[in-house]
Design a protein around this ligand. Structure first.
Ligand SMILES: C[S@@+](CC[C@H](N)C(=O)[O-])C[C@H]1O[C@@H](n2cnc3c(N)ncnc32)[C@H](O)[C@@H]1O
Length: 257
């Protein structure tokens, strides 16, 4: 089952890569969400070795290169995304090592090597959260940082139409359209097809991080100030973002050897 999900999602990303060129990348962490300019999670990146999981078109790698990162690695399931990343990063002076593989698999990424491993709207695609977190811990040096963002679990079970994939707010009210406890895989409509993933509880992330040897230094679930203040924007996404976080972000440190 997991293999068929990876194969299906890979086909989506290979066929639609151009539609996602630079759309979910640093300094953004998520949808109507605080940014790296607010959080400064990468304040110490100069000269450091960094690995991005699910690096997509390479825009976050470029952002960190411009901040002085010393060595860039990116991993992605989709060769088309990596081709776009290679093209985008060409001429920027960095020579990233780009690895085409699912994050769930052993792919020859060095162990005890990186100062930072991060993923912007990528981790939730994994079909093996606990195993992926353990792999990430193995790539990091002791005291290295793991930073990731993903959709907030409330975002996927509140006011979400599973027929259209759109947010539906009725008379200013948000309705639960799926149980918060339901972690089974589901198909989300997107463009002319669907993608498949599971909506995991926050406790599932927290417990898997602990099991993999991380401490959480910060968890953020904060809609950006502009969205919170702009009561003239009554689109469903803005209404929703004023009531619940649409994204979440973790800063974690590897403890132990
Ligand atoms: C929303 S994009 C992230 C884009 C990235 N943050 C950027 O700066 O462009 C999600 C990426 O995850 C990749 N992906 C999905 N499932 C994956 C998996 N199981 N292993 C590795 N990459 C995966 C997709 O190919 C896609 O490029």
């Amino acid at each position: 089952m997991e293999d068929s999900i990876i194969t299906k999602n890979k086909q989506y990303w290979d066929e639609h890569a151009d539609l996602w060129f630079g759309t979910t990348a640093l300094p953004k962490y998520g949808v109507k969400f605080v940014t790296e300019d607010d959080l400064h999670f990468f304040s110490d990146v100069a000269g450091k070795k960094v690995l991005e999981l699910c690096c997509g078109s390479g825009h976050s790698l470029k952002y960190l290169w411009d901040k002085g990162a010393g060595e860039l690695w990116g991993l992605d399931l989709s060769q088309k995304q990596l081709d776009n990343a290679r093209q985008f990063l060409n001429g920027s002076g960095c020579d990233p090592k780009l690895v085409c593989a699912p994050m769930e698999e052993d792919s020859g990424i060095p162990q005890d090597y990186f100062d930072y491993v991060y993923s912007i709207y990528g981790i939730g695609w994994t079909t093996d959260l606990a195993g992926t977190f353990k792999k990430i811990a193995s790539y990091l040096k002791k005291d290295g940082l793991f930073i990731f963002s993903w959709g907030h679990p409330l975002h996927y079970c509140v006011a979400k139409s599973y027929a259209t994939g759109e947010d539906e707010v009725q008379n200013g009210e948000l309705v639960f359209s799926r149980s918060y406890f339901d972690e089974s895989y589901f198909d989300m409509p997107v463009h002319d097809t669907t993608v498949t993933f599971a909506n995991r509880k926050i406790s599932t992330y927290v417990n898997a991080l602990y099991e993999a040897g991380f401490i959480i230094e910060k968890m953020v679930e904060q809609t950006d100030e502009q969205t919170l203040a702009d009561s003239t924007d009554n689109g469903p996404k803005a209404q929703k973002a004023r009531m619940i976080p649409l994204s979440m972000c973790f800063k974690c440190r590897k403890i132990g050897g």
